[in-house]
Write a protein of this length. Structure first.
Length: 310
């Protein structure tokens, strides 16, 4: 199949919440072993790839992308170039990213852009790798990219890129409180390492290898929001709250106003509140919005990157 010269392809890919996140001890190579339960939620990035001689990327949508790089540091651009290089495709693509997932918000927006770009360019150019063939390229681009391609609910181990699907039943209702300022993931990890070192006496040695606890897997398997609320955990939360102390009040506020539990998503600063119904979600979102915060309701799990029929 040759390249599709005339038309553009649009793919949407979901942001994610880390429902559970454990970070192992800092290793010699500067990395940590992590264990995460990812859930893809109904907040989507859309990438449109159009035929072009060269590579370019631009941003539209409700999230301001004007400060994002438009060179090879951009994950979507890197994804398009990697696919072209591996398949020997001689042309390029003009990418337009419609952003809804907050930037540096701990929800994997950049990873969703990369996953959507891989699928859109594969379709546009007729390179024929398909979702399965794109997964190894996704893993090269970043730990969260394979998950954005697959979606659903999954356990991530190693550096987060070794994925295995988790059985999940039903749908969970979330209220996300978005922050105008992002948090740098390396800075959050650095703060966690410093915190652990400072409190080594009380905390004891950290395990090298970590895993997702059975209680979390059981809660998503049966679709029980109350059990999931009890089992949710994020090792990075202590560091995110240190760097953005205003989040502490927001967490307490949400939990005192109807949320079953609240958590910092990934490296933050996005907060995810689990509630037990669509009505409770709408009510909590309304409360946050009245107080001047940006809040949205989402559900999960949702599928990974999908071509939109236009």
């Amino acid at each position: 199949m040759g390249s599709i010269r005339g038309r553009s392809i649009t793919v949407r890919a979901p942001g994610k919440i880390n429902v559970f996140f454990r970070v192992g001890a800092l290793q010699q190579d500067g990395y940590h072993d992590v264990a995460s339960l990812y859930q893809a939620v109904s907040l989507f990035e859309e990438v449109t790839a159009a035929p072009a001689a060269d590579f370019s990327v631009r941003f539209t949508g409700p999230i301001d992308g004007s400060a994002l790089p438009v060179d090879d540091r951009n994950l979507a651009l890197a994804a398009a170039k990697l696919l072209a290089e591996r398949t020997g495709y001689p042309g390029g693509a003009a990418l337009t990213v419609f952003k809804r997932v907050p930037i540096a918000g701990g929800m994997g927006g950049g990873s969703a852009d990369a996953a959507a770009t891989l699928l859109a360019c594969d379709e546009l150019w007729g390179t024929g790798l398909g979702r399965h063939g794109l997964l190894p390229l996704a893993a090269e681009l970043g730990a969260d990219v394979p998950f954005a391609l697959e979606g659903g609910t999954a356990v991530g181990t190693g550096r987060g890129d070794e994925l295995s699907p988790a059985l999940a039943k039903g749908s969970f209702h979330w209220v996300l409180v978005l922050s105008d300022a992002g948090l740098s993931t390396p800075r959050v990890y650095g703060t966690l390492d410093a915190h652990r070192e400072r409190h080594a006496g009380a905390l004891g040695p950290q395990p090298e290898l970590v895993k997702v606890e059975t209680a979390v897997l059981q809660a998503v398997r049966v679709g029980d929001a109350d059990s999931l609320a009890e089992a949710m955990h994020n090792d990075l939360q202590v560091a995110a709250l240190k760097l953005a102390p205003g989040l502490v009040d927001l967490l307490e506020q949400g939990e005192s106003r109807g949320a079953l539990a609240g958590i910092v998503s990934g490296s933050g600063p996005t907060l995810a509140f689990l509630v037990d119904s669509a009505e409770a979600a709408a009510s909590l979102r309304g409360m946050f919005c009245r107080e001047g915060h940006r809040a949205i309701t989402v559900t999960g799990p949702v599928p990974g990157a999908r071509v939109l029929e236009g």
